[in-house]
Design a protein around this ligand. Structure first.
Ligand code: NDP
Length: 508
């Protein structure tokens, strides 16, 4: 395969065509898998109706996609970093130009409100722009040594990357992996979640229009088994996974068999600590952002809300008032703030956590119910955001990742107590502290065992900042310049400028 720059006006086909089969994207075109065992039925969360049927790729199709990525790797990796960067900048521009259409696709796939989808897709353009911009700065080092000798530490791509994503931020998860990986000179095979297969394919068409060579980015659709085939393929050099802890364990174990590098972005149960001197309105806004965005299906959510005793009652009153004002409805409506849960089983799981919480002694102050919408939306699973009080640290809802709109409000007395309880979890993805005391803010932030800590805000992730977990929340980092280390390897070339000094080993 040559490294010809493809070009087409794929996106001008419009939204209807963009949501049309086939669903795999290999070597620069949509295709059906050569070995589909069955079709996955993808349901539109907003309506509960069938959105599309997607054939499940088997081992042969995974091999086909990996082969395409492997074939084009030599020419893609040999382009200058700036040439690769230019393609990513163009992809960013195309995403911005098509932001509305792509956001609508994301709503159809996820059920999240349109305003949130626009933010997600904008963040994809941001990531492509950032890595397109920094691509030229992905360089090695020159290290002077004694006697005029020196070494070059070259920064090399890894090869074919296997990416696997979750369903809550489908395109964002994909782009956060693909943009830096491609900037570093790798090629990519991505398997989206079975629940949200659509926009990863659109990204292939964006890349095509941006002039990225065919085969540099490929998509294979399927379920867990397809993901497992990708993880175990011998020509995949690295696994970049976003999903739950149990699946992350499997991905890491499979990677270990092939001594593959692994990045894991996993779940969380993050603390949000609100001190009595916090700005109350901002603390309430942040609690909404930390719990109820994307129907609560956000890995970094601050679902353990620790509130200092002296403001507890007032905080809870204002939070319930604000929660009751959220508008549950058609995700395409501009004023909707709460859309549909991803699917029926997940909705039941979330409601199950509410029942268990009540059985274990928590009090439900609002929400926690299925809301039936009318007409076309009657088949969607719309849940009202829930606020729980009388919570204890050892309750199931407080310990486990729910991945739904349930905020557990916990009372605390002292700073030491808040920190100790905040860290009493196996997770370590994120956390936050709200206070006007600058010293306390930093002291507490520095004590939280998590990859990201916000002071006086929540759930913001500009591309410039590394993101990833401590403890069971993950391995490695995405975003910022930190991710470059996870998509490259170094080759040290030592250059001897004098004679070989081997001590007494050599006698004239
Ligand atoms: P899962 O772990 O169930 O699935 C994640 C992906 O892995 C899916 O594409 C899934 O395919 C695939 N998969 C399943 N089994 C295997 C296997 N054996 N080998 C390889 N791949 C496999 O997670 P969810 O999709 O339910 O996502 C929710 C989870 O993701 C939450 O825990 C959340 O916290 C976490 N998450 C973490 C983020 C972070 O950045 N830290 C961001 C977003 C979510 P399929 O869907 O077809 O089953």
């Amino acid at each position: 395969m040559t490294c010809e720059m493809a070009s087409g006006r794929i996106l001008s086909r419009g939204l209807t065509r963009m949501v049309a089969a086939p669903w795999n994207y290999v070597a620069g075109k949509r295709c059906d898998p050569c070995d589909a065992s069955h079709n996955m039925k993808v349901v539109e969360p907003a309506s509960g109706q069938l959105l599309c049927e997607v054939p499940v790729s088997g081992q042969k199709e995974v091999a086909h996609a990996v082969a395409a990525a492997k074939e084009v790797f030599p020419c893609w990796s040999k382009l200058s970093c700036r040439e690769r960067g230019r393609k990513l900048l163009e992809a960013s521009r195309i995403i911005r130009e098509n932001l509305e259409d792509i956001s609508k696709l994301e709503v159809r796939d996820t059920g999240k409100p349109i305003w949130e989808a626009r933010v997600d897709i904008e963040s994809c353009a941001d990531a492509l722009e950032y890595y397109g911009g920094v691509a030229g700065a992905i360089v090695g080092q020159h290290v002077p040594l004694s006697g005029g000798s020196f070494a070059m530490v070259q920064r090399q791509p890894l090869g074919v990357i296997g990416g696997i994503g979750a369903w809550n931020f489908p395109l964002q998860t994909c782009v956060w992996k693909v943009a830096p990986a491609l900037a570093c000179g790798n090629t990519f095979v991505y398997k989206p979640s079975q629940f949200t297969p659509v926009t990863a394919v659109t990204l292939g068409e964006v890349f095509k229009e941006a002039g990225v060579p065919d085969g540099v980015y490929n998509v294979i659709q399927g379920e867990g088994e397809t993901g497992a085939f990708l993880c175990s393929h011998p020509d995949v050099a690295k696994l970049s996974f976003t999903g739950s802890v149990p699946t992350g364990v499997k991905v890491m174990a499979t990677g270990a068999q092939g001594i593959k590098a692994v990045t894991l972005e996993l779940g969380g149960k993050s603390p949000l600590i609100i001190f009595e001197d916090a700005d109350m309105k901002n603390a309430i806004k942040a609690t909404l952002m930390a719990n109820f965005l994307s129907q609560g299906q956000v890995c970094s959510n601050g679902t353990r809300v620790f509130v200092q005793k002296s403001i507890f009652k007032e905080f809870v009153k204002q939070l319930v008032d604000a929660t009751n004002k959220l508008k549950i409805g058609n995700p395409f409506a501009e004023d909707t703030t709460v859309g549909a849960t991803i699917h029926e089983d997940h909705a039941k799981k979330v409601l199950g956590y509410i029942s268990t919480a009540k059985e274990e002694g928590a009090t439900l102050l609002c929400g926690g119910e299925r809301i039936m919408l009318e007409g076309e939306l009657s088949g969607g699973y719309y849940l009202s955001p829930a606020v729980l009080v009388d919570c204890k640290d050892d309750m199931t809802v407080v310990k486990e990742e729910v991945f739904g709109s349930i905020a557990s409000i916990l009372e605390f007395d002292t700073e030491e107590e808040a920190i100790q309880r905040a860290n009493k979890t196996d997770f370590g993805l994120a956390g936050a502290v709200f206070t006007k005391d600058i010293q306390r803010g930093h002291r507490v932030a520095n004590s939280i065992e998590a990859g990201t800590v916000w002071i006086n805000t929540y759930n913001l992730y500009p591309t410039e900042l590394p993101f990833g977990g401590y403890k069971h929340s993950g391995v490695g980092r995405e975003n910022g310049m930190a991710v470059i280390d996870f998509f490259t390897q170094t080759r040290t070339v030592y250059v001897e400028m004098g004679d070989v000094d081997c001590g007494p080993l050599y006698q004239e």
